[in-house]
Every structure is written in structure tokens, then in C-alpha cells.
Write a protein of this length. Structure first.
Length: 291
């Protein structure tokens, strides 16, 4: 089943092109990381998917048109936008009462369970919580909604490292059940790398890379070459090259690992390294080798 299908998605603000004709297909049961530099269009894309902003092109989310069927979509989807906002005058217990009242898929017990892992008290008002605690409360509520699609825009902004780690573990262990779809944006790529099934890199309103983690594992190899093998390795046309501690590091797409192994140390590139390589190619216009 397809969860999100977009064809030629375009959004402009005056002369700014936020989405520049995006084609995208996300199957149900995937955990997709949407990564890109500031202003790449990530939030705009997520807002379009959630029906929060109109845009040109064809877009279907869980079979619905998000802009015209937003109410229907919101029964099956939930999200955290990049700015966690909850009414400051409400007590924590009232936030739970409120969500329980308006969302049929809200599991209050589950939310209580998540909250127990924090120092948030039911009697506190939102205005008395720290920024990070408001985000913790928001996440506890959203993760307790049994939605088919969960959209998280920078969900861990302002959270300490312990909670961030706990949150992603919990997302995988307590929330993800193999049938839900999760889309997450973050600038801390290394923190989500282990939970993703797919990754999309965005740059200036376009998708410049869209692969499953399995595909990355089987296609891409990074070689830290011995100096005497650099020339031979370059002849195999790496898609990217950088220096690290005086060593030459080359990134290959579709080159046999065994062939490279004798020339230095090889490994699958991490997402942060892949991101830098792809952004560099995207920004210099040399995208051919990385598409
Ligand atoms: N409401 C708006 N009015 C005018 N321009 C906007 C608006 N929202 C976004 N933009 C522009 O659209 C482009 C994409 O913005 P968007 O917020 O989607 O980027 P982003 O990838 O989420 O960035 P960040 O990582 O900084 O949150 C930017 O150039 C931004 O200035």
C-alpha cells in the first residue's frame, strides 16, 4: 500500500520556490528521514503532506487529497511541527483530557506511560514547564495516538541528549509496529540513522537523493585509500572525494567492495558523510553520479 504519492509537487512564496516539482512515493510501514540544509523545503513538504498548505501538483496521502480532505486525514495522521506549541494556561492533566476528548485514536494510558519517564507532573501548567519539557509532553501525547502516519518535524529540538536517545528508541520499540509510516526531519542525522528504512535528501526544493538504507548498504562504499593506491582507485570513478587526517577518502557507487578492499580500508558511508557528498555534488551541479 502506498502512503504518500506526489507528482510534480510545487510551492512558491512570491519569487521563492520552496518545492520545485517533487515526485515522491512512500510505501506504508517505512520510516523515512527527510534531511536537508536550512531552507531546503522540508517543512513546506511536510505541511503539504499534512494538508496545512496548498500546493500545485498531484498529492495523495493515505488515498486522500490532504488540502481538501484534511479533517479526514487528521483522523489517521498526527504530527509534531518544528515549533512545539501547547496552550500555556492548560495543566498537563487538562492537555491529556483535551486530546482524549478530541482524538478517537488517543490511548491515554500509553501517554501516561511515556510521561512517567519524564519529570513532568500532571498538576503543572504548560507555562511552568521548560522548553524541552513542553516538547516531551507534546511527544508523549502524539506517540499515544494510534495513527497510520506520524510526521515529525525536528521532534527533538531543545531536548537533552538522554531524552533524544530515549525518544528514538521508544519511537522504534513502542510506536513503530511495521505497519505505520513515520516521516522525520532532523539536522542530527547520526541520531536517526539506525531507525530509518529510507532516507531522502532535499536541496533547494528538490529531492536530490532517495534511497532505502538497504540500497545504500549494498551500493555505496567508502574507501580510505593507502597513498600508493589513490591513483588506481580514482580510475574507478568515485562519486566524491575528500581528505581526512591526510588520507584520501573516496566514495564509490556500485563498485565491487572486494576490488577496493586491497587498496585501503572500506566501509559503508554513514548518512552524514553521504549527505555532505551529495550536497556538494548537488550544489556544484555535478549530480549525475549520485542520482
Ligand atoms: N510562509 C512563508 N512565507 C514565505 N517564504 C516561506 C514561507 N515558508 C517557507 N518559506 C521559504 O520556503 C523555503 C523553504 O522553507 P522551509 O521552511 O520549508 O525549509 P526547511 O528545509 O524546513 O528549513 P529548516 O531546516 O531551516 O527548518 C525557504 O526559502 C523559506 O524562506
Amino acid at each position: 500500500m502506498i502512503c504518500i504519492q506526489a507528482r510534480g509537487l510545487r510551492k512558491t512564496y512570491g519569487t521563492t520556490v520552496a518545492l520545485d516539482g517533487i515526485d515522491l512515493e512512500v510505501k506504508e510501514g517505512r520510516i523515512v528521514g527527510l534531511i536537508g540544509p536550512n531552507g531546503a523545503g522540508k517543512t513546506t513538504a511536510l505541511n503539504a503532506i499534512l494538508g496545512l498548505t496548498p500546493c500545485q501538483g498531484d498529492l495523495r496521502v493515505l488515498g486522500k487529497h490532504p488540502w481538501s480532505a484534511r479533517d479526514e486525514l487528521m483522523r489517521e495522521a498526527c504530527f509534531i511541527s518544528d515549533v512545539a506549541v501547547l496552550p500555556r494556561w492548560m495543566k498537563v492533566s487538562q492537555v491529556l483530557d483535551y486530546v482524549a476528548g478530541v482524538h478517537p485514536l488517543f490511548d491515554r494510558q500509553k501517554a501516561e506511560g511515556f510521561l512517567k519517564r519524564t519529570s513532568i507532573r500532571h498538576a503543572s501548567k504548560v507555562s511552568e514547564l521548560s522548553k524541552g519539557m513542553i516538547t516531551q509532553l507534546h511527544l508523549s501525547v502524539v506517540m499515544a495516538i494510534n495513527a497510520k502516519l506520524l510526521v515529525l518535524d525536528e521532534p527533538t529540538l531543545g531536548l537533552d541528549i538522554l531524552f533524544r536517545k530515549q525518544f528514538y528508541e521508544s519511537l522504534l520499540n513502542d510506536y513503530f509496529d511495521g505497519s505505520r509510516t513515520i516521516i522525520v526531519t532532523t539536522h542530527q542525522v547520526e541520531e536517526i540513522e539506525n531507525i530509518l528504512t529510507d532516507v531522502i535528501f532535499m536541496d533547494r526544493g528538490r529531492l536530490v537523493f532517495n534511497r532505502s538504507l538497504d540500497e545504500i548498504e549494498s551500493r555505496y562504499v567508502e574507501l580510505t585509500a593507502k597513498p600508493e593506491n589513490v591513483v588506481a582507485a580514482r580510475a574507478l570513478r568515485p562519486v566524491y572525494e575528500r581528505s581526512s587526517l591526510g588520507r584520501t577518502v573516496l566514495l564509490f557507487d556500485g563498485v565491487d567492495r572486494a576490488q577496493l578492499a586491497g587498496w585501503g580500508s572500506t566501509r559503508t558511508p554513514n548518512l552524514a558523510d553521504l549527505f555532505v557528498a551529495i550536497m556538494d555534488s548537488s550544489q556544484t551541479g555535478a549530480r549525475g553520479g549520485l542520482q
